[in-house]
Ligand binder design. Structure first.
Ligand code: GRF
Length: 199
């Protein structure tokens, strides 16, 4: 199974995938790692690990549609079976997702459909929930929406702050992501059926 991983930040979840592949625990080929901006640690660490990398810089395109089209073509050039959004902080279009047969996997640091968006950890803390967690799901063109593949709960400790909670969630999130990829590669999990062609 060939994957392309998209990142916007440090890529620590991606690192877990890289480690599992290098340890021979995950039968996945990382065809490339891409980012929406220059200078991400996610791309830097992928370079260092010897993987192909690319940047399709959101700010270099006059419109979102043009950026999205360029990203689509770039990702498609690697012919991935699955595209993974791992801390990729951009919404992609329906056309992007359709191009990859709906096989666009996202991870989110909350128990969706609760607390979608860029601040899932902060919002859960602010609401005062006692349990949050993480979700791996097939993403559609909404904000953290689409069929859920795996979830795991994380209890919130009294007085915990956003950084420590997010780090504890990410420990679980990494394991969940690697496990979902392993089950997909082994054929234990089926990717979503592609959307029917428009009439
Ligand atoms: C993860 O919690 C992801 O779900 C969220 O941002 C974090 C990415 O962390 N959207 P990293 O870049 O993998 O360290």
């Amino acid at each position: 199974m060939r994957i392309v991983v998209l990142v916007s930040g440090t890529g620590s979840n991606l690192q877990a995938v890289i480690d599992a592949v290098k340890a021979g625990e995950l039968d996945v080929e990382i065809a490339a790692v891409g980012a929406d901006r220059e200078g991400t640690y996610g791309v830097e660490r992928s370079d260092e690990a010897g993987f192909e990398t690319f940047v399709v810089n959101f700010n270099s395109f006059p419109t979102r549609a043009e950026w999205d089209a360029a990203l689509t073509e770039k990702v498609a050039s690697y012919a991935p079976d699955v595209v993974v959004s791992s801390g990729f902080m951009r919404i992609v279009s329906e056309d992007f997702i359709a191009r990859f047969g709906g096989r666009y996997l996202n991870t989110h640091p909350a128990l969706l459909p609760a607390f979608p968006g860029a601040h899932g950890v902060r919002d859960a803390l602010a609401y005062g929930v006692k349990v949050t967690g993480c979700t791996v799901h097939w993403a559609d063109a909404g904000v953290d929406t689409g069929p859920i593949v795996a979830q795991e709960a994380v209890a919130i400790a009294d007085g915990e702050d956003e950084d420590t909670l997010h780090e504890r969630i990410k420990v679980v999130e990494r394991r969940l992501l690697v496990d979902v990829l392993r089950r997909l590669a082994a054929g234990e999990l089926k990717p979503p059926a592609p959307a029917p062609a428009a009439l």
